[in-house]
Design a protein around this ligand. Structure first.
Ligand SMILES: *Cc1c(COP(=O)(O)O)cnc(C)c1O
Ligand SMILES: [Zn+2]
Length: 397
């Protein structure tokens, strides 16, 4: 075959120790140090500018970047039409808070109503390509609904465990597509312990694959497409600042990874954006670690916030988030629930968009950072709205 093929995936590399792993078999964590693995590509196989020009002519979904995604064969792509979400100017709300260059990327429009569809589309496609027949994961809700939906589309089984306090629609989304879903009393870490125990037990049979956050290398590749789209939508440039509501941190790490790959390909000019990690004051382990100058976070006790998707007391990839934030000159800030709910309503009135509480936290963080002077008001700032407000009707009186 001539040309680089559908994907230029080369191998998997440990994000901590650099140990190399075979990308052609199902893999979870690094076999040497149990850290997340990252996909590496043979970027030299692509003529960057020519590739970038051809991408612009392709269908408006995330598969337009297929060379930088891990699926080898186009026939294995499992799709519900995900990707290429709008990048909306929010000049009215932005001007009101002193940041007129505010843009919101609205991932609430994706299948299953959150950006988790990006990770699930790519993760499920690649898991099936490598022979998995079922995916199992703990979730705060949205990852479960996305992976369950894509598993159904792919003809795979799914096993989902989530906290009882997760948005109730997400459990229903899992059950309607035929997933084996349970709710538990506890947090996402407790759900993860149950999934791990089940996967270790022989009686669940073969073919089950552990698809927990950063426990397999391809969810992040799907989420990375947020960064690829941003660069394309901004005409081959990155914004000055990216503000991201952070739970496991996969999206933040993914956007940073994507922009690094584009820079290596010579299609992105200028510096990488400052990455801002936003958490809720009720669960802010990464913000605390950032402020303490620590390389990793410690588990947050009594985690609780209405922004359920970012209730992650200890993320496996925390050190990668902190590294992306620090290496770009970014920052990490926490916002309290009253503040983010106020901003959710204000933004809806100003712009007509009902963002999820996690997206509202990121908008509130922009206001906070303008207030402290960290933002001067001259920057182009992109906020990721990671889900649809429609999934959280109880946040509105
Ligand atoms: C999962 C989730 C997040 C956090 O995403 P990470 O990439 O894991 O940090 C933010 N917002 C919503 C709506 C989510 O579902
Ligand atoms: Zn390792």
């Amino acid at each position: 075959m001539s040309g680089p093929g559908f994907s230029v995936l080369s191998h998997l590399e440990c994000s901590r120790c650099g140990h190399r792993h075979d990308a052609e078999v199902l893999q979870n964590l690094c076999e040497a140090c149990a850290s997340p693995l990252l996909a590496r590509y043979d970027l030299s196989a692509l003529d960057g500018p020519a590739w970038w020009a051809s991408v612009a002519t392709r269908a408006p979904d995330l598969w337009r970047y297929h060379e930088l995604l891990p699926v080898r064969d186009a026939a294995n792509v499992v799709s519900l039409g995900e990707g290429f979400t709008p990048l909306l100017p929010a000049a009215g709300f932005g001007a009101g808070i002193g940041v007129p260059g505010l843009l919101v990327k609205d991932d609430g429009l994706l299948p299953t109503g959150s950006f988790k569809a990006r990770g699930a589309a790519v993760g499920v496609s690649r898991a099936r390509e490598l022979g998995a027949t079922g995916v199992a994961l703990p979730t705060n809700g949205n990852a479960g609904s996305a992976w369950a939906a894509y598993a159904a589309r792919a003809g795979l089984r799914s096993r989902i465990v989530m906290p009882r306090s997760a948005p109730s629609i997400t459990r229903k989304e899992c059950s309607v597509v035929g997933s084996d879903v349970d709710v538990i009393d506890g947090l996402i870490g407790d759900a993860g312990a149950i999934v791990a125990r089940e996967l270790a037990a022989a009686d669940r049979g073969d073919g089950w694959f552990d698809a927990g956050t950063l426990r397999e290398p391809y969810r992040i590749e799907g989420k990375k497409t947020m960064g690829l789209e941003l660069a394309e939508q901004l005409g081959g440039r990155a914004p000055d600042v990216v503000v991201y509501p952070t739970g496991g941190g996969v999206g933040l790490i993914g956007i940073h990874k994507a922009l690094g790959e584009l820079r290596e390909l010579g299609v992105l000019t200028g510096p990488l954006p400052k990455m801002v990690s936003v958490q809720a004051t009720g669960c802010a382990p990464i913000v605390r670690a950032f402020e303490e100058g620590a390389a990793e976070s410690t588990a947050w006790a009594d985690a609780k916030t209405v922004a359920f998707g970012i209730t992650v007391p200890k993320a496996l990839g925390d050190f990668l988030v902190l590294d992306a934030v620090r290496s770009t000159g970014g920052t990490a800030v926490a916002v309290d629930d009253a503040e983010l709910l106020r901003v959710q309503a204000e933004f809806a009135r100003a712009e007509g968009l009902f963002v999820c509480p996690e997206g509202a936290a990121a908008l509130a963080a922009v206001q906070q950072l303008r207030g402290t002077g960290w933002l001067t008001g001259d920057e182009q700032v992109v906020v990721l709205n990671t889900g649809a407000g429609l999934k959280y009707p109880e946040t509105v009186p």
